[in-house]
Design a binder for this molecule. Sequence first.
Ligand SMILES: [Zn+2]
Length: 465
Amino acid sequence: MTRKLITGGTVVTATETMRADVLIDGEKIVGLLGADVESPEVDLAIDATDRLVFPGSIDAHTHMEIPFGAATSKDTFETGTRAAAWGGTTTIIDFPIQMKGDSLIGSFEQTMAKAAGNSAIDFGFHQIVGDVNEQSLAELNLVLEEGVTSYKLFTAYPGVYYSTDGEVARVMQWAAGNGSTILMHAENGSAIDLLREQAIARGDTSPLAHALTRPAEMEGEAAHRVILLAEMTGAPVYIVHISAKQVVAEIAAARRRGTNAFGETCPQYLYLELDMLDQGFEGAKYVCSPPLRDPGEGHQKALWQGLAGGDLQVIATDHCPFDFEGQKTLGRNDFTQIPNGLPVVEHRFPLMVHAALEEGRFSLNRMVDVSSTAPAKMFGLYPQKGTIAVGSDADLAIVDPGAKVVLSAESHHMNVDYSCFEGKELTGRIETVMSRGSIIVSDGKFVGKQSHGRYLRRGLNQLLQ
Ligand SMILES: [Zn+2]
């Protein structure tokens, strides 16, 4: 076994900030040594003087190589997990997608075949349930046996992924029976489809109409409804990619009632805004669902406060990149044909480091919680993942807090031809990244292996109240 020691750094977890050397044996952390402890013999010492040592970050919501309309998201598991590693992320949770008429277990097996042997970092899955029927419900038990303990349903996209309230409730009943968690894409798809059809009929075809036909109230409405369905059935519910203040309020109110309701937001909803869609067809670069919102209405403020104060628990990405040329342009004359999704997986953790260090949005400890520890607990990976502790996997991100980086399509590693954060300067540079004791990024260079990442069988939600 190879022993490594990370020396001289400041270790930051969700609860502690401490000067400590991190001793690693093979794939695991085996010691945290105070400054006055004599250094043990090791095979490799990594100098982290003046550096912050964080747990490897967890992106609990990515979509590598998935179809959306006529396009397929550009990052494969290979390119997407490598880009994630560059950004200090050492675990992703992606999604097998059962479409209408598909076998559920078949979709799991297909996604496993794509990811296994092709991921630079460890990965788990949430299962998308796109066709609720007796066969699917039976197959859910098979997926559960594979260590998938969370299931995603949609109140959006009628005719594609949409489930009726009764179908959502049926899967929630099943989840309540075994303790697994239901993820919800909460937007009122039926009302939104009406607005979309009306916009196209009156000739409103530009990317801005994408956002204007998905009002925040319809995100709040759907969140309210699915939280009540969760209360009726007893299943824990986790609302994904929250963009609207109304949803933050729904989750806060539900949690005060003692309901196991949880919320995730993404960097795009914190840093990007409605106006970015209002620049002719260039706005297609910012088309995602739910859409970017008007900060004048207080959405960003509510999301930041939710993350800092605990009403929201997780920051993920919904990473789903499409090239501008050739993919986003499919919707040049009709916004409904623009593939939905943004490239974010590489930048989530650096943006959160910046938010803590430079903007003072929250403490570094709270930053680690929302970006690593809480996702690990929410999705049954803690304490193997999500912290720096004796016995945890040696997944680490070493950051120079004094360095600056500028985000750009020229320098990013995601397999997509534009950046939605072009030109943004961040404080903090990810220097070294380790996954299960192996260095995968060194001084900003990828030195990992395409087949390093392992499938993670997950336990149940550890954040239930
Ligand atoms: Zn998603």
